[in-house]
Design a binder for this molecule. Sequence first.
Ligand SMILES: Cc1ncc(COP(=O)(O)O)c(C=O)c1O
Length: 414
Amino acid sequence: MPGFEFFGEEERKEVNDVLNTGILMRYGFDAARKDIWKSRELEQAICAKFQCGFAQLTSSGTSALTTALAALGIGAGDEVIMPSFTFVASFEAVLSVGAIPVIVDVDDSLTMDPVAVKKALTPATRCIMPVHMCGSMADLDKIIEICRDRKLLLLEDACQSIGASYKGKALGTIGDAGTLSFDFVKTVTCAEGGAVLTNNKTTYLSCDGFTDHGHDHIGNDRGAELHPFIGYNFRISELHAAVGLAQFRKLDQFLSIQKKNHQYLQSELAKIPGLTFRTIPDPGGDSHTFLSWFLPSREQTEAVVAELKAQQAFAGNFYWFEHNWHYIRKWDHLKSEKTLNRLNTAQTAALKKLSTQDFSRSDEIMGCCISTAIGLSWTDAQLHDKAARLTTAIKKVLSKQAYPTPSKELDTVI
Ligand SMILES: Cc1ncc(COP(=O)(O)O)c(C=O)c1O
């Protein structure tokens, strides 16, 4: 990760195809575009590779989530259960359709804890939205069971996990709908873009219209199209889709490089007593975008972060507990309802409760976790250097804290 490490002739060729026709929009202008349909081509490629019925490209992963929620009919008064560790886009999308984000603890898979999900169910729950964070998956069997028992919708946020799978099925294709992101730091990038995946034709047609002002896309006269419902403009452009198409064709190459680098780093870190790794519900389905590891205590983890920073070796590592974007602890704007537009009363009431909700279980896990992003363009020497620097910093901290040197005061007493 991310795919921009490998931009080349392939991306340039696809973009030039579009520039040569001058048709930068994905719809219409049939004669002038000379049969260049990059968005359609990318949607078909996604469906073929991930064995899913339908894919609708969008302008971003965030708009893919909003589109999916709207297409599934989720709105005012509906509760959507989501994890405490995700990107802010998850709750932004839920709020944008008038629904209520209900946030639950994560477990050591760094994804929503199914037990916490069960506890959060209410008569208003409509949807469970697991987020497949950092390249790996939520424990989907347990979540699917809850959805079946309670007749709830399942929306998979696979924005960070393109190419990962669960029990042989691509993430994002298992629930009623799933989403991908192609933003600039994702494994497959086109600067800004996303996709909704679904196997349900009605859901797909809703996504198709919703992302384009509700147009029904029937016939070949755009100006004469009808609007069966109100939509927005969440369209992707042909230029973005062109880059995405070239990048998507490289996905297998990206995944195999990630796997090789990940395996080496993991084998080195595994030699450190006391260090453990994230639980992966289906290890064979990991996309190896990140290696996430735990130290025994928050103090030790903070000390390793400080040590790595002091050695100028922290870049590419993420201590999410202190991160402003990805963890509930720093979402003050959400907890204090800082929105520009007014929220509905049910949303306001739910957000008020958030500031006093107990997330100590998530804190315990996230406070001890560091994720190392896996580079695509690392040379073997860089990979070995990375592993060595991490190992040295971790060992230094763990040895100090496991065997504290007696303080001066203690010396005097002895
Ligand atoms: C888990 C998750 N969901 C949604 C998004 C939103 O994607 P985008 O940046 O394409 O809007 C992101 C982006 O980082 C993400 O990590």
